[in-house]
Design a protein around this ligand. Structure first.
Ligand SMILES: NC(=O)c1ccc[n+]([C@@H]2O[C@H](COP(=O)([O-])OP(=O)(O)OC[C@H]3O[C@@H](n4cnc5c(N)ncnc54)[C@H](OP(=O)(O)O)[C@@H]3O)[C@@H](O)[C@H]2O)c1
Length: 259
């Protein structure tokens, strides 16, 4: 049996990744901060899927927390064949309205942890000649978001990073892919107190569908995965529209909603 390590595995997309991978009969290493919730998630997965599940409580916004997980990823005696860098947070307000400490925490979790954990996991994968890394980004990373949060910038980093390392690592049998979901009903928005009542139903995706598509796209060797036709179209427009046109439209939309 192969082993996958999933960060942010106790809720939302991370929990959906953990379920899908356990259903594929992979052993798991689950990472999040809340140790009690990790243990409950692990014992549920063991009972339902008869797989081995380790838990690793760690705050990935801190270097100490990252180092704990890096040590596990670099342990050649217990290889991790799939790393899912999923843990991430958003912020509700515009850049200048947020305390700089909140901005730094988001950058540390959404960017630094992804970089550090990939750096720790990939050498062993290259030596073994195979391995996979899935980095959860967002369609927000294709463009810019009103009201000017740096969230989209962190996710743009994840997409560009994943595409770049994908190019250099595929010759060593290592696949890297950025997962770019649209809105998914998870704890993400309530954690950041981001209002969701004005988001139309049609824009919401199901976490299990996003995960199914991400794993299928990884197997196909695609460097990015966008789930659902509607987000393929929307994401494509945002990604490939001429930047000045896109910025003008976003600016107008932001003025309309009063931000
Ligand atoms: N939901 C969406 O609409 C959406 C859309 C596009 C992209 N995404 C991306 O999808 C990923 C997963 O988000 P989600 O919606 O599933 O969020 P979620 O439901 O809020 O789950 C977040 C998970 O990450 C863990 N986590 C949070 N901070 C952490 C930290 N400092 N260190 C370690 N673990 C931490 C949480 O557990 P603890 O609190 O116990 O640590 C939890 O397991 C994120 O990267 C997010 O940016 C989400």
């Amino acid at each position: 049996m192969t082993t996958a390590l999933v960060t942010g595995a106790t809720a939302g997309l991370g929990a959906a990744f953990a379920r899908a991978l356990a259903a594929e009969r992979r052993d798991l290493v689950l990472v999040a901060r809340d140790a009690e919730r990790l243990s409950a998630t692990a014992s549920d997965l063991r009972d339902r899927f008869s797989v081995d599940v380790e838990v690793l409580p760690a705050d990935l916004a801190s270097v100490d927390g990252c180092e704990l997980v890096e040590k596990r990823l670099a342990d050649a005696s217990r290889p991790v064949e799939l790393l899912v860098n999923n843990a991430g947070i958003g912020l509700r307000d515009a850049f200048l309205e947020n305390p700089i400490e909140d901005e730094e925490r988001m950058l540390a979790l959404n960017v630094r942890a992804v970089m550090r954990l990939t750096h720790a996991a990939v050498p062993g994968m290259v030596t073994r000649g195979h391995g996979d890394v899935l980095n959860v980004a967002s369609v927000a990373g294709f463009g810019v978001t009103a009201p000017g949060s740096t969230y989209s910038a962190t996710k743009a980093w994840v997409i560009t990073f994943s595409e770049s390392v994908h190019l250099t690592l595929r010759q060593h049998g290592v696949r890297v892919s950025a997962v770019c979901p649209g809105f998914v009903r998870t704890e993400f928005h309530s954690r950041a107190a981001i209002p969701t009542e004005n988001i139309p139903d049609v824009l919401w995706l199901d976490a299990d569908d996003v995960v199914r598509d991400a794993l299928a796209d990884l197997r196909r060797g695609r460097p990015t995965s966008v789930s659902s036709v509607r987000y393929k179209v929307l994401g494509g427009i945002v990604r490939y529209a001429p930047r000045p046109v896109f910025l003008r439209l976003i600016g107008r939309a932001a003025r309309t909603v009063g931000r």
